[in-house]
Design a protein around this ligand. Structure first.
Ligand SMILES: [Zn+2]
Length: 323
């Protein structure tokens, strides 16, 4: 396993957790992906679609990336995962959900129904287990997502996400890998893909190739993880797709057309006041001017990185400082 004994993680580098050649029977599963059913995200006063992928696009991307399994883990719903599971594919789809709890997000996998949001982390994990699912803590030390962080060791989790490809800063994953090394949870990886081209950037390796074998390997704590960080180009492309998606739905609503789909995102946009939709439309036009899109990408990336670095300095540096 690759380890960085001291100092800050190197940004944008491919991570590898396995120095030996992976045998052919080792399966690859992306445990953390989103579709357009993930709802809206909020950044201060701005609201925008959290993810842009159609369920079918996630499955097709997983096929192209050579994955055996893709887990669809939308925020507080299994609608997108259930649609994807009906697609004909060589890739097995696992129905999952990234559940909002009062203590931070928890991923449930192998679900047969949706887990209610806003319970405590303990009650959410009990609910996931009662449905026959496995519970995983995503991005546990993220500086910009709700995460369980300090509570981690006290929870009855099955796995913890030690590599999240969308946390491009490298710091959040480094904290997780250092803090969770000795905890009795399966070590997992996922892309946290919010657009099709990001699927498979991060993944979990396991013994076998089927969903049942993935579940067994998680429960026996024998998984590992690998992948690469989402590129800056894909990050900027994601923000462009989100804006185009928002613009299309705003235009449909203002022109009196029907709702483009049954997502909560479209419903929220259609229900907004006309003046809010007009201001939003003007905002998307400004954002889609190439210099603005690029500048926004650079600023957002730097902000994420500096917030994560602060957290890293607070949690890791005191433990690694030389005498
Ligand atoms: Zn996520």
């Amino acid at each position: 396993m690759t380890s960085r004994a001291h100092g800050a993680p190197v940004l944008g580098k491919r991570i590898s957790t396995n120095t030996q050649i992976i045998p052919r029977m080792v399966g690859r599963a992306d445990l953390h992906t989103h579709t357009k059913y993930s709802g809206m995200s909020k950044l201060r006063f701005l609201r925008f679609p959290d993810a842009v992928s159609e369920p079918l696009e996630v499955v097709q991307s997983a096929e192209r990336r050579g994955l055996d399994i893709v887990c669809i883990t939308d925020h507080d719903t299994i609608k997108g995962a259930e649609k994807a599971a009906k697609e004909n594919s060589t890739v097995e789809v696992v129905v999952g959900e990234e559940v909002s709890t009062s203590d931070g997000e928890i991923i449930g996998l192998f679900l047969t129904e949706a887990v209610p949001r806003d319970l405590t982390a303990e009650d959410t994990i009990d609910c996931i287990h009662s449905l026959g699912g496995v519970a995983i803590a995503p991005h546990p030390f993220s500086a910009h997502c709700n995460s369980v962080a300090g509570k981690l060791a006290d929870l009855d989790l099955d796995g913890v996400e030690l590599f999240n490809a969308f946390h491009r800063d490298g710091y959040a994953n480094d904290i997780a890998q250092r803090k969770c090394e000795s905890l009795p949870f399966a070590k997992t990886g996922g892309s946290d893909a919010h657009a099709p081209m990001m699927v498979g950037d991060g993944y979990t390796t396991f013994e076998g190739a089927t969903g049942e074998e993935l579940r067994r390997t998680i429960l026996s704590r024998k998984t590992s993880f690998d992948g690469r960080y989402t590129t800056f180009r894909d990050f900027v492309w994601l923000t462009t797709l989100m804006t185009l998606n928002l613009q299309r739905t705003l235009l449909s609503s203002l022109m009196g057309a029907g709702m483009p789909d049954d997502s909560s995102c479209s419903r929220e946009i259609f229900n907004a006041r006309a003046v809010t939709r007009l201001v939003g439309l003007a905002g998307t036009m400004v954002f889609l001017m190439p210099p603005v899109t690029l500048a926004a990408g650079i600023i957002a990336d730097k902000l994420h990185s500096s917030r994560s670095r602060l957290k890293w300095k607070e949690l890791v540096e005191p433990c690694t400082a030389p005498y």
